[in-house]
Design a protein around this ligand. Sequence first.
Ligand code: ATP
Ligand code: MG
Length: 512
Amino acid sequence: MGTVRNADEDVVIKASLISKYFPGVTALDNVDFEVCKGETHALVGENGAGKSTLMKILYREYSEDAGSLYIDGRNAKGMGIPQVRNLGLSLIHQDLNLVPMFTVAHNVCMGLEPVNKLGFIDRKELKQKAAPYLKEISSDIDLDAKVEELSISQQQLVTVARALVAHPRFLILDEPTARLDQKSTEALFDFLDRCKEKGITIIYISHRLEEIYRICDRITVLRDGAKILTAPVQELTQTELVKHMVGRELKQQVPKEESSIGEVVLSVRNLNPVAKAKDISFDLHSGEILGIVGSIGAGKSEVARAIFGADRKKSGGIRMGGKALKIRGPRDAIDAGIALVPEERSKQGLVTTESIRKNMTLAALGKKFCAGGFWIKQRKEKEAVEKSIKDFKLATPSPEQEARLLSGGTQQKVVIGKWLLSDSKIYIFDEPTKGIDVGGKHDIYKMIVDLARNGAGVIFISNELDEVLALCDRTLVMFNGRLVREVINKGTTKDELLFYVMGGKDNGSKNR
Ligand SMILES: Nc1ncnc2c1ncn2[C@@H]1O[C@H](COP(=O)(O)OP(=O)(O)OP(=O)(O)O)[C@@H](O)[C@H]1O
Ligand SMILES: [Mg+2]
């Protein structure tokens, strides 16, 4: 951890009294934000607090409605993105902003493609140009691969490589680890260590507090668009930090209760999804929260998608309540009462140009809100959506707000809310707390516990072993596409679980 300096000459980014308004929303309210040379500065706050907006103002993607901004001693008023990039400022956005059909090399050098004499993109030179940037962050991504062929974790690493093209002296990372698996997270931290050694100033946004304590020197907390404080990391405990972020004390992060587990609601036998996973068999009971863990690439999402019919499966049977199910696509799964909250929500679960209300009621349409005439449907729909907005504390001026205008975490909450309105019997959550703030995580856990208490069967896929241990009753461990282990959570430690996730085997194991 670096030393903390506060002397004025060290301040390289100085934003004073910044305000930013969107229709019906004060995204930033007189915010002061100062970053010192060479430090790693964390920016934290709940979903919708204004973090991304402030960063887009630094990057001149948005202009402020009031206030002033100095970067490296220069007044940034009137500057655009190219000018601040010339000053050495680079922003890795919260959303990936990649072109899926283009190659990795092309995405890294987007906008700076070398052309040959005929005016076509010079593929060879493009590759040569991109290679050193990609190498900084990853050794196993193929420059010729199309971005859509990569895992989400790899795609995120490509955005880091792309930011390096500007040779940044100030590097802003907006929730980079929300999409990264364990291995890539470590690669990112090694990379950030090298950046620090080179004296690069870093602004780091994350909802994972342990990361902030690991890599950051100082923290600034935003709440509802206002700055709450800036302090050296060592001076704040995690509990204090959370209190500043949410404005209240959170007693218990995972509100788990003893659940009463009933009969089998879902039986999966010898399921072979087209990709990755092999020969998966397990049962899910009513009232049960069943965890599935395993490192990235272990095949967890593939199992979820095959059950839901989002991907085709090669073979295998799925029974619900004793009856064999024929699932040819998501519609069949939804009709049978299966809900899937997918992993990459902004792409797979959200119509970004539609309102919150439309997005939320999409999954339930035809089931819940069409019972009576048109008016009944509209009223019921409106009430349900308003309740969800309140329960979920969604940062939005109205249910009619277009989804694309919401903060990253708020978008995730909308998709989760949409499935919660669907009245399903089985819920599959694929990494539901990615990118969700501490208070929001608590709310999601609570809703999942309530679903189970009301008799639903829940499958909870996550990389965060702590939350799986605390929330689930039983956990399946996947390794290399297979289910290798089943544990009862009560009495299992994180170290044991991690051991199995890493492929460890013990004597007398229940390996299947
Ligand atoms: N282009 C926009 N149009 C309208 N409202 C916007 C726009 N961008 C952001 N907002 C609103 O401004 C507020 C702050 O959003 P911002 O994206 O900065 O939050 P955040 O702190 O980054 O949250 P998260 O942790 O969810 O990413 C939110 O209420 C959001 O809905
Ligand atoms: Mg954000």
